[in-house]
Design a protein. Sequence first.
Length: 346
Amino acid sequence: MNLHVVIPGLNWPDTSQHQLYHNLSLPSLEKLLSKSNKQHTQPQEIEAWLCKTFSVTKQQDWPVAPIMCHSDSAELIKTDKDYWIHADPVHLRIEQNHLMLADSQAFQITDDEAEGFTNDINQILSKDNWTLQPLHSKRWYIRTTKTPKMSTYALSQVTCKNINNFLPSGEDSGTWHKKFNEIQMLLHEHPINKAREGRGELAINSIWFWGGGHHPQSIKSPYTKIWCNNEITRALSLASGTEHGQLPLDATSWQQHKISGNHLLMLDILHGKAQYRDAYSWRENLLELEKNWFAPLYAALKQGDINMLTITALNETGTWDFSITRTNLWKFWLPRKPLLAYATNH
């Protein structure tokens, strides 16, 4: 059995805050990383890594929207002729002279609210024969028959950042900037937002365009089974016809399935904590991963229950790939290094 574990946000994004690693006891993880064969490459968002891994060809964007749309409502994706793009609900907050974005990790939105917002937004979009569809309360999609000459940034790249550095670019981006502004004006005084603010909830005062494209003609999985709670990973599992299941509570529970082949585990609990700079929760969740996953996986590798363990750490500072076999564990001349060593080392 071979296991590939993907961990977005394994290292804290601010490399100057070394104190966050102080007294962080991660013996099993640190032994696995230190004894491994390592490769460091450029940073990449989780969506880009997944698309590359599943042999999805990049269009102007990584075509996340049609892949996710197929998962949310397969009957809508009957051909690859239509262009689909995410127009996800977000909250923008003014900070000094720029706008900071919060995604749906920071708020709840009901199906009725999503329906109410999108019905009114469609009055703006209909002039261009665009249709906004809330196939999930937190995932909205625009369908159009014309492919815009435009590239965008993934929502995960923009969360908790200044949006001015991440707006769509390209020949047709001006049209989308205009719609972006018109929709913000509509939502600013929207009755649903007034009601939300009255309850102390964040307003849905904008949308974010990203992940546009046509449905890929080919999506191939290198895995026998995929374990995740992550929606884009699940969508790629479905599109590639790969068996998938919910992420087990811990490695011990996962091992009880005793399935041969190549497995993917998406451990993304640290991702949102890193994005929102929630240092306390990031540390606590990392300690939980050490206890529930890294320690038993180290033992399983040592016992020969796992032939090859690959750990991919996706961070804002870079991508690390660590490959470990049972034989690697006996390399006594390789000293154990703290996790901090992989936060800044290139």
